[in-house]
Write a protein that binds this ligand. Structure first.
Ligand code: NAD
Length: 482
C-alpha cells in the first residue's frame, strides 16, 4: 500500500470515500514511517452507514441461523488462509511482536469459532402447561443495528469478539475501529465481504470521537459494544444509554499480581515479566502492580530485575525483540511522565532496560520500581506501558486489602504453591478475571470477559454466552389453542 493512501469506509458492500475532508496519519510505531491516512468520518458518513445497516437488517434476520453460521465458518476459513497477513498487519500498525500478534489473532479466531455455535447458543426455552392447556416459549431475536467501537491494542481480536457474534445472531453491524490501527480493520472488512455476508450487514466507518458521538446518538443504532479507556467508556456508556441504546463498555485496568513466599519463582518470574512487559504493557490484562508478600520481596525483586535488564526492546518485526514500541509518540511521552513521577515520589528503580539508540520508533525502556507505596499514582493509575511497580506487603490479608482498594477490577492473579491461600484469594479478590499461577488470565472466547468495578460499564459482558444475550433480546410467547 502506498503511504499516502487515504483509507475508505466499507458501506453497503462497497468501498466509499468518507465525505469528511479531514484525516489523520497512521505511522508504523516501530519506525515512525507513514503507513496510510485515515479519514475522520463525520455525521453524514455515519448516517450513510446506519442507513445501509438498517436496510440490510430485515432480510438478514430472516436468513436461517444455520445458514448465518455457515457464513461464519467461511469467514473462519478465510481468517486461517490469511492468518499470516493478519499477523503482519498487527505487527506493523500496532507494534506487537510476531509471537504476540500470532497469539492475538488466534484468540480472535476462537471468538469466530464460538460464534459458529449460534444454532445452539441462541436456543430459547419452552414450558408446557404453565396453566391448563397453556404453553410458554422463550425466543431470542436480534436487536437490529449493532455498533462496535474498538481500541488500538488488539486490532484484530477485539473486532472479532464483536462482529461475527452480532452478525450470526441476525443483527447488522457497524465497526468503528481505533483510528490508530485502521489497517487490520480494512483487512477484516475485506474478508467478511468475501465470506458472503450480504451487502450492508457489515460496515466499516473510520474516524475518531466525532464518528463515535454520531453513532452513540443516532436513532438508527440499537446497541453499542465498546472497548477502550476508562474515561471514554464512561462517556460511551452514559451517552448511548441516554439515547436509549443497549450498551456494554469495557474499560481500563490496574491489575495486581500477588506473590506468596512459597511461590515457585523459576516459573512465576517469567510469567510476571511477560504479563507486565509483554505487548509493551499495552494490555488490559497486563499485571502492573506486584504485591510481594513478606519475606519474598528481596529475592523476587532481584530475579525480576535480572530479567527486566535483559529485555530486548526493538522493532516489532525484528527477530529477538521481546518488547516492541508503544503506539504513538504522545503515548510514549505520557508513559515517561509516569516513570518520572514514580522516581520523584520516592519509588526505587530496581531495573531499567535499554532502548535502541538508532531507531525512530516510539520506544520506552522497561522500568521495574520497588518499594512503591500503594497510595502512589503509579500504583493506582493505568500507565499502559512497560512499567511494573512492586509493593511490599506483610500478609495475604494486606495484599487483598491493597488490591481491593483499586477503583479498577479487571483481573488479578496469585502465584503460590498453597491451595488454601489460592482459594482465599479467589474468594475475596474484587476482580472479574482471576488467575492462579497464570500471568494473564484471559478467558477463552466461550467464557465472558468479565471486568468488575471501574473496568466495566453495563450488565452483559463481551464474549461467551453473555455476548449472545447482549446481541439478542428475549420474547416470551404464551399460547393457548381453542
Ligand atoms: P481509547 O478510549 O482512546 O479509544 C477507544 C475507542 O474510543 C477508539 O475507537 C477511539 O476512536 C474512541 N474514542 C477515543 N476518545 C474518544 C472520545 N473522547 N469520544 C468518543 N470516542 C472516543 O482507548 P485506546 O487507547 O484505544 O485503548 C486502550 C485502552 O483500552 C486501555 O485503557 C485499556 O485498558 C482498554 N482496554 C480494555 C479492555 C477490556 O477488556 N477491559 C480491552 C482492551 C483495551
Amino acid at each position: 500500500m502506498a503511504d499516502d493512501v487515504l483509507l475508505e469506509n466499507y458501506v453497503g458492500g462497497a468501498w466509499v470515500r468518507a465525505e469528511a475532508p479531514d484525516f489523520l496519519e497512521v505511522p508504523d510505531p516501530s519506525t515512525g514511517r507513514l503507513l496510510a491516512r485515515v479519514p475522520r468520518s463525520g455525521a453524514t458518513d455515519v448516517d450513510t452507514a446506519v442507513a445501509a445497516a438498517r436496510a440490510a437488517f430485515p432480510a438478514w434476520r430472516d436468513v436461517p441461523v444455520a445458514e448465518r453460521a455457515r457464513r461464519i465458518l467461511t469467514l473462519r476459513q478465510l481468517l486461517e488462509t490469511h492468518y499470516d497477513e493478519l499477523v503482519r498487519s498487527v505487527v506493523r500498525e500496532n507494534g506487537k511482536t510476531a509471537e504476540e500478534a500470532r497469539g492475538s489473532v488466534r484468540r480472535g479466531i476462537e471468538a469466530v469459532e464460538f460464534a459458529a455455535s449460534a444454532p445452539t447458543t441462541m436456543q430459547g426455552a419452552f414450558l408446557e402447561d404453565v396453566s391448563a392447556g397453556v404453553d410458554t416459549t422463550l425466543l431470542r431475536q436480534p436487536l437490529g443495528v449493532v455498533v462496535g467501537i474498538t481500541p488500538f491494542n488488539f486490532p484484530v481480536m477485539i473486532p472479532l469478539w464483536m462482529a461475527p457474534l452480532a452478525l450470526v445472531c441476525g443483527n447488522s453491524f457497524i465497526l468503528k475501529p481505533s483510528e490508530r490501527v485502521p489497517l487490520s480493520a480494512v483487512l477484516l472488512a475485506r474478508l467478511i465481504g468475501e465470506a458472503g455476508f450480504p451487502a450492508g450487514t457489515f460496515n466499516l466507518v473510520h474516524g475518531d470521537a466525532a464518528a463515535v458521538d454520531a453513532l452513540l446518538t443516532h436513532p438508527g443504532v440499537d446497541a453499542v459494544s465498546f472497548v477502550g479507556s476508562a474515561p471514554t467508556a464512561r462517556h460511551v456508556y452514559t451517552t448511548a444509554a441516554a439515547h436509549g441504546k443497549r450498551v456494554q463498555a469495557l474499560a481500563g485496568a490496574k491489575n495486581h499480581i500477588v506473590v506468596m513466599p512459597d511461590a515457585d519463582l523459576d516459573r512465576s518470574v517469567p510469567a510476571i515479566v511477560s504479563s507486565a512487559f509483554g505487548q509493551s504493557g499495552e494490555r488490559c490484562l497486563a499485571g502492573s502492580v506486584v504485591l510481594a508478600v513478606d519475606p519474598v520481596g528481596d529475592g523476587l525483586v532481584a530475579r525480576l530485575a535480572e530479567t527486566v535488564r535483559t529485555l530486548a526492546v526493538g522493532p516489532a518485526g525484528e527477530a529477538g525483540t521481546a518488547v516492541g514500541p508503544v503506539i504513538r509518540a504522545d503515548h510514549r511521552a505520557r508513559v515517561l511522565k509516569w516513570i518520572q513521577e514514580g522516581e520523584a515520589g520516592g519509588a526505587q528503580v530496581a531495573a531499567r532496560g535499554a532502548v535502541p539508540s538508532t531507531a525512530d520508533g516510539y520506544y520506552v525502556a522497561p522500568v521495574l520500581f520497588d518499594r512503591v507505596r500503594p497510595d502512589m499514582a503509579i500504583a493506582q493509575e493505568e500507565i499502559f506501558g512497560p512499567v511494573l511497580a512492586v509493593v511490599r506487603v506483610p500478609s495475604l490479608d494486606e495484599a487483598l486489602l491493597t488490591a481491593n482498594r483499586s477503583r479498577f477490577g479487571n483481573s488479578a492473579v496469585i502465584f503460590t504453591r498453597d491451595g488454601k491461600a489460592a482459594r482465599e484469594f479467589v474468594h475475596r479478590i474484587e476482580a472479574g478475571m482471576v488467575g492462579v499461577n497464570i500471568g494473564v488470565p484471559a478467558p477463552a472466547a466461550y467464557f465472558p470477559f468479565v471486568g468488575w468495578k471501574g473496568s466495566f460499564y453495563g450488565d452483559l459482558h463481551a464474549t461467551g454466552r453473555d455476548a449472545v444475550e447482549f446481541y439478542t433480546r428475549k420474547k416470551v410467547v404464551t399460547t393457548r389453542w381453542f
